[in-house]
Each structure stands twice: as C-alpha cells, then as structure tokens.
Design a protein around this ligand. Structure first.
Ligand SMILES: *Cc1c(COP(=O)(O)O)cnc(C)c1O
Length: 221
C-alpha cells in the first residue's frame, strides 16, 4: 500500500469534524511531501530538532503539531511557528510557553496531557492534579497560551473495553472542566485521542483529533 492509498483508507473512517494529524516523526521530509501532495496539512512531530529542520524545508502552509514531551529549554525553538502543542503536562511548562510566546508575539494553542492509561509513565496530569490546576491557577492570566483541550493515550492492549473506558474518562474530564471553569468560552473543545491501533474507538468516544503515524507511513525505524 502506498501512502496515498493509506491516507485514502483512513480518510474513509474519519468524519469531517475530526482532524487528522499525520504523525511523521522519524520519516524524512520527502515522505511528508507525499502526504502533503495528497492534501494533508497537519503533521505531528515529537522531537524539537527534527521538527525545526522539517519546518525549514517544507511548505509554509503546513500546520505543525508538537506531540512529544517538551523540555522547557527547547520551547523557544518551536514557539515561533508551532500550531498546537499536545503534551503540556505541568503548570511550569504552561507558564514557560506563555512567556516565550509573549516574546514571539503569539498566542500558542496547547492541550493538557492526561495520564489515562494503566502503564506507568511520568508524563501527564492525573485527574486530581488537573482539577487542582484549574482550581488554583487563573488561566486568564495566560495571555499567550490558549488551552484548547485535553490529550491522552490509552493503554496498549487488545482489550477494547479498557481502551474505550479510558477515552471515555478523558472525554468526561474535558466536559466537566469545561462546565466548571470555561463555561462561557468557546474553547477547550479539543480531545486529542486515537492512534493507529485505536483511532476508530477514539472517534466513537468523541475524539476531535487523531494522531496517526504507522497506518499512514508504515513502521518507523
Ligand atoms: C508516535 C505517536 C503517535 C503515532 O503512533 P502510531 O501508533 O504510529 O499511529 C501518536 N501520538 C503520539 C503522542 C506519539 O508519540
């Protein structure tokens, strides 16, 4: 199957309201161009240097999403052009992005990453930490980040119910936070969930954005 065929297949599964983030990490710019020529404009990268190099050499109407773990000392390299940062997992990182975005004279959309899977990881807010963040932080003070919603990764398992429940947890959390803290605002609508192995379930559970790599570009080296 070619990249073109893969995209055509995936596009059949994705309703118009769901954005497709083509996860191009570890693949060369020439591969991204193939997907670009099929009409794709949103690409996801997980390493800062790789992202900036690709940004430099590829068309400027690409919307670049950062989907990896962002270290504070690297924020400044992507803030001038990045369209969405998916994995914000601490208040410190949020404040730092705000400050670099101010210098770049931009408002940078961000998603808060929530740890919904069973696997141990140091990345992502727990539900309680997230509640606590909204309780204690006045997000209106952040003039240069826009909190657009939540992002999460489900457990890597063949148990569909497990995956479905985790995505449902993320959706409920978004709804609850929006109801409680962001009611009168037209934002905090995004739910970035779903990858190659579970994007169909994620869409059924209300995903607004799927991040798909392997099913488009094949295995990464
Ligand atoms: C690599 C990656 C993806 C894409 O995973 P596939 O299984 O190849 O579709 C999605 N989200 C994040 C955060 C990733 O790091």
């Amino acid at each position: 199957m070619s990249i073109k065929d893969n995209i055509a297949e995936i596009r059949k599964d994705i309703p118009d309201r769901v954005k497709l983030v083509c996860v191009s990490k570890f693949h060369p710019a020439s591969t991204i161009s193939e997907a670009y020529d099929c009409g794709e404009r949103i690409f996801g990268e997980s390493r800062v240097q790789e992202l900036t190099e690709k940004y430099e050499c590829l068309p400027k109407d690409i919307q670049w999403h950062f989907i990896g773990h962002l270290q504070t000392n690297k924020i400044k390299y992507i803030v001038p052009f990045v369209s969405l940062i998916h994995g914000v997992d601490s208040q410190k990182l949020l404040l730092e992005i705000d400050s670099f975005a101010a210098k770049a004279n931009r408002v940078v959309p961000c998603l808060l990453q929530v740890h919904i899977a069973l696997e141990e990881t140091k990345f992502g807010f727990s539900e309680n930490e997230l509640m606590n963040l909204f309780e204690t932080m006045d997000y209106r003070q952040l003039k240069h980040v826009s909190i657009a919603g939540l992002m999460g990764m489900a457990t890597y398992t063949t148990n569909e119910n497990q995956i479905r429940n985790e995505f449902r947890t993320l959706r409920n959390l978004r709804d609850e936070l929006k109801r409680t803290y962001l009611k009168e605002e037209n934002r905090f609508n995004e739910l970035s969930m779903g990858m190659t192995n579970d994007y169909r379930i994620a869409i059924e559970e209300g995903s607004t954005m799927v991040r798909i790599g392997t099913a488009i570009f094949g295995e990464r080296n």
